[in-house]
Design a binder for this molecule. Structure first.
Ligand code: NOJ
Ligand code: CA
Length: 714
């Protein structure tokens, strides 16, 4: 139900020290936004949460190519309305989402003859605020170039921040935790040089979603919603004043954005709470995105998949046919000799399909199926892949027939190697080719520097590309998973076929780099995942990689923490990333991955602190099954898990997959214990998590005989 009320002057207007001031408030008044028009005609805003300042008076506006659009304004009109509605996402963490806000639109006009018009829209929710700039159609501003957006977030102190550097080309960093005054991108831990792309122009800038904690214990997240036709916003940190200012990712000629009126910017978002758990359940960013543009969504399915993937990351086999990284042109690929290490063969794919069918997975991803991999990395070369030519040992038709008989689908892989001009040329053909061969999901990838040369992954040109991919795939009923795109901004509401993105440092880094420290997965939900689901690719059971001859390399968690990630790292697309042979060594623990859901009716964030720990319970969509994931950083801890969310008076069987007493992410990561017993809504489980450890629990209604035979779990 949608309830819209037009509000008339329901805000307080104060005329103080010549400035015109308006105090706006959210539906239940937890959030207040103060707006002032200064004597110079600048519009300034500030945010207040439960009486505490969060953002002090901060600037708004733009620097354009030949002028600025930031002052000499008068307010010609203020519109306001209140919306209270519930909507149901196609898939998600909860079945129904409440969208309850007050909106105020300030219509600004310059005080000159050739006045340009700009509207600034503020939406106030009880857990934060969003605002965006709207440029109406008008004679004096028809098309223009943005040199910089002047939006500021003037913070109240030197907050603790969880940040990655303002790199235009990659977000695959581990997080640094420091005071704002200590931000230095060039000293960021674990530089993404490991993947060869890195472009930090301003070492004092950070990427969003940026999460901070104040000395008073407020949690603040700054990000953006609905990033379309505009570059990503990074934040420059003024270390002396703790003022953050928008720094848009430029294009090849150092411009930031090109707009034509009518148009608007993405929403700038500030989520705030005095409890960390509330940040994780906020729906503010999702609510600020437009409803689904896809009418018939019946073909969109949350997906659990396995794939020909980790084998190459750990070096057991290769993506390419020839097993060589020598430069070859695409034409000469035909003449290559097989290396014997090529994994994506018809035979191996059938083994994965069999395993997927046996264990109830929806999809099998195959990477390295197509020609071009001999020469894909680090060359900045335009024509590498054509997305339609398989290697000679990969038979698409045979596999299409093979999967047809099973309840499994193959997932297509389109690595662009950053050559997006080339991908744009092939895209339509490649999607038709997918449909002809029975594929209805694609994983894209953007490793390397972008072509057109000089463009960045997070600039306006690429943002428009990601949108084109989302729209074209939607039109062809293809589900999408993007690796190395710009970070998510809630667009999965608008394009629910875009199930997930990577857009952060995934599990893969554990295979071939210094890896992800044990705290990494306790920070991601507070940062990257604020914008939307991540394809993190959890589920690695062979934690130590010496089994592949990679002494010293390992995943930086225990085995049961890998299980817990299926719950703590929300995504409707989840991979079981390890090899079938490795899962066969641990079938009892693998049971959890088989059972765990990928779509939910409800989510309870039980406890959380960024950088330290997260425990979450989720209820499977349409079923009375609950799944809990609890994770910790490098410190051991006891997770206390009250099961008060279970139906009253009903008995359930809980299966607890937890670290053994001797477990430790580094010393003994594969030591785990599985316990089973009865629980109900009065049960409070206390589970010990090892250093770098975690625990996963499935809870399902007990049968009459289970109630008789099983003991209560404590
Ligand atoms: C990086 C992606 O994140 C990874 O999943 C993929 O296997 C490689 N690129 C190759 O495309
Ligand atoms: Ca990646």
């Amino acid at each position: 139900m949608r309830l819209i009320t037009i509000l008339f002057f329901s805000f307080i207007v104060v005329f103080a020290t010549q400035a015109q001031t308006y105090i706006l408030s959210s539906p239940k008044k937890a959030i207040k936004v103060n707006i002032s028009l200064t004597p110079r005609g600048e519009l300034v805003y500030g945010v207040n949460y439960k009486g505490k300042e969060v953002v002090l008076a901060s600037a708004l506006g733009f620097e354009l190519a030949n002028s600025s659009l930031k002052d000499n304004f008068m307010i010609s009109k203020i519109d306001s309305l209140s919306v209270n509605e519930n909507w149901q996402p196609v898939w998600g963490e909860v079945r129904e989402i409440s969208n309850y806000y007050k909106e105020y639109t300030f219509h600004l006009a310059e005080k000159t003859d050739k006045a340009r018009l700009i509207n600034i829209v503020f939406r106030l929710f009880d857990d934060g605020a969003g605002f965006c700039y709207v440029f109406p159609a008008q004679p004096n501003l028809q098309h223009f170039v943005i040199k910089e957006e002047l939006t500021e977030f003037n913070l109240t102190g030197d907050h603790k921040a969880f940040w990655i550097p303002g790199d235009y080309d990659t977000n695959e960093y581990t997080y640094t935790t420091s005071k704002l005054s200590e931000v230095d991108g060039l000293k960021a831990k674990d530089m993404a040089t490991e993947i060869g792309t890195r472009y930090i122009k301003d070492p004092s800038s950070v990427q969003t979603p940026l999460t901070m904690k104040t000395k008073e214990g407020l949690y603040i997240n700054i990000h953006e919603a609905s990033l379309l036709n505009y570059p990503a916003m990074q934040l420059h940190v003024d270390k002396a004043t703790h003022r953050l200012s928008s720094s848009l990712v430029p294009d090849a000629v150092e411009n930031k954005a090109y707009l034509q009126t009518p148009s608007k910017t993405p929403w700038r978002t500030i989520v705030v709470s005095d409890k960390a758990i509330d940040l994780l359940s906020s729906k503010l960013i999702l609510n600020l995105n437009e409803p689904s543009k896809i009418e018939d969504t019946s073909w969109i399915k949350p997906t659990k998949y396995i794939g020909i993937w980790w084998e190459m990351h750990v070096g057991k086999g290769t993506w390419d046919f020839a097993g060589s990284q020598d430069a070859f042109s695409m034409e000469s690929t035909k003449g290559l000799k097989p290396s014997g290490k090529h994994v994506a063969t018809t035979e191996r794919t059938k083994q994965y399909i069999d395993f997927a069918a046996q264990h109830g997975f929806d999809g099998v991803l195959v990477e390295g199926w197509n020609t071009g991999w001999e020469d894909w990395f680090g060359n900045w070369k335009e024509d590498v892949f054509d997305f339609i030519t398989p290697y000679p040992d990969f038979n698409l038709k045979e596999l299409q027939q093979y999967v047809a008989a099973k309840s499994v689908k193959l997932i297509m892989h389109h690595e662009t190697s950053g050559s997006v001009t080339n991908y744009e040329r092939w895209m339509d053909t490649a999607y038709d080719f997918m449909k002809t061969n029975g594929y209805d999901a694609v994983k894209t990838g953007y490793v390397g520097k972008i072509i057109p040369r000089g463009e960045y992954h997070d600039g306006q040109w690429m943002v428009r590309h990601y949108q084109r991919v989302a729209e074209k795939t939607a039109a062809k009923q293809i589900m999408l998973d993007a690796h190395e795109p710009v970070r998510s901004t809630g667009l999965h509401r608008t394009y629910p076929n875009w199930l997930a993105s990577e857009a952060a440092r995934g599990n893969e880094f554990n295979a071939w780099s210094t890896g992800n420290p044990p705290e990494h997965e306790t920070i991601l939900p507070f940062t990257r995942l604020m914008g939307g689901p991540m394809d993190y690719t959890p589920g690695i059971f062979g934690i130590k990689l010496d089994r592949y001859g990679k002494a010293g390399y390992q995943v930086h968690t225990t085995l049961t923490k890998q299980l817990a990630l299926y719950v703590t790292m929300y995504s409707p697309l989840q991979m079981a990333a390890d090899l079938p042979e490795v899962y066969n060594e641990h079938l009892a623990a693998f049971r959890f991955i088989k059972d765990v859901a990928v779509d939910w009716d409800d989510t309870k964030i039980i406890e959380a602190e960024p950088g330290d720990f997260i425990s979450i319970a989720r209820k499977q969509k349409g079923k009375d099954n609950w799944f809990i994931g609890a994770i910790t950083d490098e410190n051991k801890r006891i997770a206390v898990l009250p099961l008060a969310f279970l139906d009253k008076g009903k008995k359930y069987v809980a299966t607890v997959y937890k670290d053994a007493a001797t477990a430790h992410w580094q010393k003994k990561p594969e030591a785990y214990v599985i316990e089973k017993g009865l629980v109900d809504e009065k049960t409070v489980l206390s589970v010990r998590l090892a250093e770098g450890g975690g625990c996963a629990i499935s809870i399902m209604p007990a049968t009459a005989s289970e109630v008789k035979q099983m003991k209560r779990l404590k």
